[in-house]
Write a protein that binds this ligand. Structure first.
Ligand code: GAL
Length: 730
């Protein structure tokens, strides 16, 4: 039988190349996901993570091998590895965004200790995509995704591709299987495939003969399926497809995948999901985090998907510009967030060896991810690269061969680019939406560098940033042939000095690098959230805008109407601005005539905006007029973590007014302490950034309670602000 063992624990790490016989004392103990260096959230040199490091792990086989083959599966290491087992060189892998495996069997000690050693090259190697020229993001370094030890019988299941078909009429399921027989003789086996266990009777069984020492590919057609529930963004129903391989009565292997039944197609007039026109409203996501680079464990990966769906209300994410974590994609399946996934690269195409890696990446991405119902489109072109018909015909053909069920796109930034893929995916930086030159058509980026915006920028700039997203999303809904628009981008991200604001950040996010909202995030929330939502896009000051005042006041809300109060006085009742935004489901509210003169002095009081839905007050946003830091807020995303020395959660700190609004110009330094078995990760003390910031807490390996305390340490800062929170590790 197959067994899988989590192999993330018990590693040793040295931040330099070390020989195989180097003493263990030269290493530090670490767990995986691991970053080769912890960095501040900005103002670092990207050379800081570019070095060669060494990982080592001593291990005994966790169970008897019993004739099985043993391999080590890596979900991703940045950027290139060379691996040795017990002094024998097993091989190399180049490329940080796709999984790879090494067969340990030939050199394994079955009854004694084994030592695996890995040399990891985290330099920006020009021979490996995305590198070769300047790239607008950082790759960071480390074995930054999970590692597993896998034991399989000589006859085993090597791949499953579940292909739902006729989903809207007569749901059916074809299953492509790759089986493998590593023994030198033919093997008679029984194959059983079930959907969601046996109870539905969706079950298939057959006898097969696996050829000696080779692969066996089969397509199994499941018997007719009844009462299949569709996978939809609101109800993302997932089934489990189980594949069993028997030799006689013995179960040799069991492998499984999740399946979602949905019909997703880009047509000339737009995108259709399950037969209905479905306008796409998306944001781009980079996989990097402050301090830890790419080394975010499962919980943080899943949380990003939740933020996109529940806080930013988008229905689509583009994994710009590379395949992202399996944990992130699994969560997208579970919550019904659509995904456009693409291969690694940025504007540059290298030589023929480099191009071979591009094809390898297409293959690795699609074979890894083609069972995710959330994925609706493959990106098979290096983002914004020049046309290369030979290369992109090859990537496109390969994608279609590996997955005949999905369309392809290839992101470019010039309209004269030749359309080789199914969907013309275009980065439109015209500050509007241009008419499609060819269809099907999807806008894959807009805004971004056209209007970088920081959380502490003047309110007018932050409003304009939000309104640009609003105007462009509005227009995307009106221009014929446009399937939707994916804004650049969800979160601020670290980048090279040649790009961004010079401090190694691109401030292009609708949220900051800590995933905390700017006004533009509130705009997105107002479009997609199902629960009543109202946020005024203001810091409610009298003298911070040019010429003073607050005219007009913009409010993002999904409510039918809003009331605006100043102090206790009702200023008025307002409707969404349908004139400016005729196409958005929830146009922003424009509240005019809040003039400085009328509000000046004693009249200048707290702002209260009430959102009305179906004739009832449903949501409220208040902002204090006194501008004082009334509270230090300390908000962990989770109350419970796993006590495994890997699990992490974000802890948000905010210097806020009495209603909890961040004070955008607060610079006070906040110091955090942690009591208990866990670690704080981040700059500490932290001087506020736009009145907010976040650190991360990693659980230790012993269960218990973590107490986190925060206090303002800047001398002369007003008040004696402190906050505390607890997290239980189990
Ligand atoms: C695009 C590019 C993105 C990002 C963005 C900034 O050209 O594809 O990766 O750099 O510009 O606006």
């Amino acid at each position: 039988m197959r067994t899988l063992h989590d192999f993330n624990h018990g590693w040793l790490f040295a931040a330099r190349p070390l020989p195989l016989d180097a003493d263990d004392s030269l290493f530090d103990p670490v767990t995986i996901p691991h970053t080769n260096i912890l960095l501040p959230h900005h103002n670092f040199d990207n050379a800081d993570y570019q070095f060669i490091s060494t990982y080592r792990k001593h291990f005994h086989l966790p169970e008897a091998r019993a004739g099985r083959f043993v391999s080590l599966d890596f979900d991703g290491a940045m950027t290139a590895v060379t691996v040795w087992l017990n002094g024998h060189r097993l091989g190399e892998h180049a490329g940080g965004y796709v999984p790879f495996s090494f067969d340990l069997t030939p050199f394994l000690h079955e009854n004694a200790e084994n030592t695996i050693q890995i040399e990891l090259d985290s330099t920006e190697r020009p021979d490996i995509p995305p590198n070769g020229y300047v790239v607008d993001y950082l790759t960071f370094g480390g074995i930054y995704r999970d590692v597993r030890l896998r034991l399989v019988e000589p006859a085993h299941i090597d791949g499953i591709f579940a292909k739902p078909k006729h989903v809207l009429t007569r749901p059916a399921l074809d299953v492509d299987l790759r089986l493998r027989n590593l023994r030198g003789e033919i093997r008679e086996c029984r194959l059983r495939v079930t959907l969601d266990g046996d109870e539905h009777g969706f079950q298939y069984e057959t006898l097969i003969f696996l050829p000696a020492g080779g692969d066996y590919n089969a397509t199994v057609e499941m018997p007719p399926l009844h009462d299949i529930q569709l996978w939809t963004p609101d109800q993302p129903k997932l089934y489990t497809l189980n594949v069993y391989l028997y030799g006689g009565q013995t179960l040799l292997d069991h492998a499984w995948t999740r399946v979602g039944f949905r019909d997703a197609v880009f047509k000339d007039d737009g995108f259709y999901l399950n037969g209905e026109r479905f306008p796409l409203r998306g944001l781009n996501r980079h996989q990097t985090y402050p301090y830890i680079g790419g080394a975010a464990p499962a919980r943080l990966q899943r949380r990003d998907a939740d933020i996109l769906k529940d806080e930013l209300g988008v229905n689509l994410v583009r994994t710009s510009h590379y395949p992202q974590s399996p944990h992130f994609l699994n969560r997208c399946d579970e919550i019904g967030l659509l995904v456009f996934e693409e291969i690694p690269g940025w504007q540059f195409i290298g030589d023929s060896d480099w191009k071979a890696l591009v094809l390898r990446d297409v293959e690795a991405m699609i074979t890894r991810d083609r069972n995710h119902p959330s994925i609706i489109l493959w990106g098979v072109r290096i983002n914004e690269s020049p046309d290369d018909d030979a290369l992109y015909s090859a990537t496109n053909n390969l994608a279609h061969r590996l997955d005949p069920t999905r369309q392809t796109g290839g992101v470019r930034n010039f309209t004269t680019s030749r359309k080789l893929e199914d969907v013309f995916t275009y980065n439109d930086f015209s500050n509007t939406i241009i008419d499609p030159v060819v269809t099907p058509y999807l806008v894959t980026e807009f805004s971004g560098h056209m209007f970088p915006t920081k959380t502490w920028d003047n309110e007018l700039r932050q409003i304009e940033h939000a309104l640009r997203h609003a105007r462009i999303q509005d227009r995307a809904l009106a221009v014929p042939g446009v399937s939707g628009a994916i804004g650049w981008c969800a979160f601020d991200y670290n980048t090279h000095r040649e790009l961004g604001s010079g401090d190694r950040i691109c401030y292009h996010g609708v949220s900051d690098i800590f995933r905390l909202p700017k006004f533009a995030a509130d705009f997105y929330a107002s479009q997609g959230l199902k629960t009543p939502f109202v946020r005024a896009a203001t810091f409610w000051t009298q003298g911070d805008r040019d010429e003073g005042g607050n005219d007009p006041l913009w409010v993002f809300s999904n409510c039918d109407e809003i009331e605006v109060y100043i102090g206790d006085e009702l200023e008025g009742r307002y409707q969404p601005d349908r004139e400016t935004f005729p196409n958005l489901p929830h146009p922003p509210f424009r509240v005019p005539n809040l003039s400085l003169i009328r509000l000046w002095g004693v009249h200048y009081q707290d702002l209260r905006v009430v959102g009305w839905m179906n004739g009832e007050p449903a949501a409220e946003h208040r902002i204090a007029a006194d501008g004082l830091p009334a509270q230090l807020m300390l908000i962990p995303d989770d109350e419970v973590l796993q006590a495994d020395a890997i699990d992490m959660t974000r802890v948000v700190i905010k210097l806020a007014d009495k209603y909890g609004n961040r004070l955008p110009y607060a610079t006070a330094a906040v110091a955090l302490t942690l009591e208990g078995n866990g670690t704080l990760i981040g700059e500490n003390p932290f001087p506020m950034v736009g009145g907010q910031a976040a650190l991360y807490v990693r659980a230790g390996r012993t269960p218990g309670v973590l107490t986190i305390s925060a206090h303002v340490i800047t001398s002369l800062a007003r008040g004696n602000l402190t906050a505390a929170a607890q997290i239980t590790c189990r």
